[in-house]
Design a binder for this molecule. Structure first.
Ligand code: KIV
Length: 287
């Protein structure tokens, strides 16, 4: 069986300039296919709120949701590093709750690490978790859990002030013990500058070509779903949504026209049983 990536090997990938491929997955088949395809890290992202559960934002996603989906992912990809998002507010309720919630993701879910959205304000939480043996991946730039505060999904770090804050946040996360940092929707130049300024890997989404790795949402990569919107930062490598919809349409049509099932999909009785069944049902008339 494939061996999951370790944190020392992940760090070595940065120093050896080997790009890191991260992808989200939310269930057994998506995890299994991602592992078979050679993904380095699977992220059980709280984006599952949008792409799996049908919410408008990630805010309603619960800890139970994350634990449940992590368990399925770990069963599907036993040889891959799995990182799980701590959902909205679950790491902002004081040290005891933060530790208890992260421990559930590791113990009940089986994740190897957790991801938290936020910058320098999270250094206490990151120190607490890493000192308890819970590896932490940071996430700065656009942080979707704060969408109501930010006021929309817009590119971050465009002004000098914002750029300086992002750089300081990345350094603070590294100093607090995070093993890496996701940079979401950040200008390419700023993401490259952050990548050069810290010793831990950066993993970008909508952050250009200068990061140590990239992450995409499974459903975006595959165009899996109805109404997956075009986003500039996404490259879709397939159009599974169209394939699924047309397969289901054909199935419905064949059921309605009685083209399915055919004889080859059915299980015949042997001749003697047919006779005894028909004599039971029709008194011997149904030959
Ligand atoms: O929830 C998620 O899928 C994420 C990625 C977009 C980085 O946080």
């Amino acid at each position: 069986m494939k061996q999951a990536l370790t944190l020392p090997r992940l760090k070595a990938m940065k120093s050896q300039n080997k790009p890191i491929a991260m992808l989200t997955a939310y269930d057994y088949p998506s995890a299994m296919l991602s592992e078979e395809a050679g993904v380095d890290i699977i992220l059980v992202g709280d984006s599952l709120g949008n792409v799996v559960l049908g919410y408008d934002t990630t805010v309603p996603v619960t800890l139970d949701d994350m634990v449940y989906h992590t368990r399925a992912v770990v069963r599907g990809a036993p040889g891959t590093m799995v990182v799980t998002d701590m959902p909205f507010a679950t790491y902002r309720l004081g040290p005891e709750a933060t530790l208890r919630n992260a421990a559930r993701i590791m113990q009940e879910g089986g994740a190897h690490a957790v991801k938290l959205e936020g910058g320098a304000e999270l250094t206490d939480e990151i120190r607490l978790l890493t000192s308890a043996g819970i590896p932490v991946l940071g996430h700065i730039g656009l942080t979707p859990q704060s969408v109501h505060q930010i006021g929309g999904y817009r590119v971050q770090g465009k002004s000098n002030e914002e750029a300086e804050k992002l750089l300081q946040d990345a350094k603070a996360l590294e100093q607090a013990g995070a093993f890496g940092v996701v940079l979401e929707l950040v200008t390419e130049e700023l993401a490259a500058a952050v990548t050069h300024s810290i010793g831990i890997p950066t993993i970008g989404i909508g952050a250009g070509r200068g990061c140590d790795g990239q992450v995409l949402v499974y459903h975006d990569l595959l165009r899996y779903g109805s109404g997956i919107r075009d986003k500039k930062m996404v490259k879709s490598y397939a159009n599974i949504g169209d394939t699924i919809r047309s397969a289901i349409t054909e199935y419905v049509d064949e059921v309605k026209t009685k083209a399915f099932p055919e004889e080859k999909h059915s299980f015949p009785l042997d001749q003697s049983s047919v006779q005894s069944l028909s004599s039971k049902l029709y008194g011997g008339e149904g030959k």
